[in-house]
Ligand binder design. Structure first.
Ligand SMILES: [Zn+2]
Length: 288
């Protein structure tokens, strides 16, 4: 049984690494020495993913605190981002080999990203955004329709719903990505989506070992949550009881009303196991 080959270890070892998850030995692990996955939350949905020998950056929002207006028609209007980057943008970009861009709302790809990401950087994007990246002059943006091979990885695109009903239709399209590699844990980045059939299908078909969900219960003044609330995250955990779920996309943009502590409390009440990992900005999770 899959779980028997793993041991989950929580530690609070070194500064900046709040939690670690260690995979035990398996036939695959024994044959493949490089099974380490590290996920460092930068801020909001921006994460550095160290996947084996590769380094990727998800959804760069690199602007300074307070440099964007509040989201229109949303609760708690305050300038965005609400918090600074935990390190300079140049440091975030250092060593990044490819960028995964789930969609181009300004909290996932901002003006600073357009300015700072090198024009010849490898970008993996959803097909409807291809024209935008071409106009901005990015020469190596690759649309992912189904799956693509990138270096020694396979990168697959997944679907999602950025809200329910009319609001979800208005904010579409959005994507997620799945990273897989021989002997590596499968990592599913769900993107800006609520719990929906597309997320269930991605879990069913890819059987991820690690799932990053965008929580925060982002919302406008009407129309309900457009990213995951407590119940959505619980649904993900129940659909993937063997996966480590990481929740990001909180406390950085004004319309995200669900805080880390409220999510933690809600998940404790739902008795979700293993516990969802909720990193602080700048915190790195070591998985595998
Ligand atoms: Zn978002």
């Amino acid at each position: 049984m899959k779980m028997d080959r793993r041991s989950f270890l929580q530690s609070s070892a070194s500064a900046g690494i709040g939690l670690a998850v260690t995979y035990g030995t398996s036939a695959l692990d024994a044959a493949q020495p490089s099974t380490t996955v590290r996920v460092r939350l930068i801020r909001h949905a921006t994460c550095v993913i160290h996947y084996g020998a590769r380094t990727l950056l998800v959804d760069p929002m690199l602007g300074d605190q307070g440099t964007m207006p509040p989201i229109a028609r949303s609760p708690n209007p305050r300038p965005n981002p609400l918090v600074p980057l935990p390190l300079p943008a140049a440091g975030v970009l250092n060593g990044v080999e490819a960028f995964l861009v789930t969609h181009t709302h300004s909290d996932h790809w901002d003006a600073a990203a357009t300015e700072l990401v090198p024009r010849d950087a490898a970008l993996l994007i959803q097909p409807p955004d291809a024209g935008k990246f071409a106009n901005w002059g990015f020469s190596a943006a690759q649309s992912v329709t189904g799956s693509v091979a990138w270096k020694d990885l396979t990168i697959s695109r997944t679907g999602g719903q950025h809200g329910r009903g009319a609001v979800g239709e208005r904010l579409a399209p959005v994507s997620g990505f799945v990273l897989s590699g021989r002997g590596q844990p499968t990592l599913y980045i769900a993107g800006d989506t609520v719990w929906c059939p597309e997320v269930a299908a991605a879990i069913e078909s890819h059987k991820p070992d690690i799932i990053i969900v965008n929580a925060g219960a982002a919302q406008f003044l009407e129309g309900g949550a457009i990213t995951m609330d407590v119940d959505d995250v619980v649904e993900v955990c129940r659909a993937a009881p063997r996966a480590r779920v990481i929740a990001v996309h909180m406390e950085a943009i004004n319309h995200c009303v669900l805080t880390r502590s409220a999510l933690r409390a809600g998940l404790e009440k739902a008795a979700v196991t293993p516990p969802v990992l909720i990193p602080a900005d700048g915190e790195e999770l070591r998985l595998g």
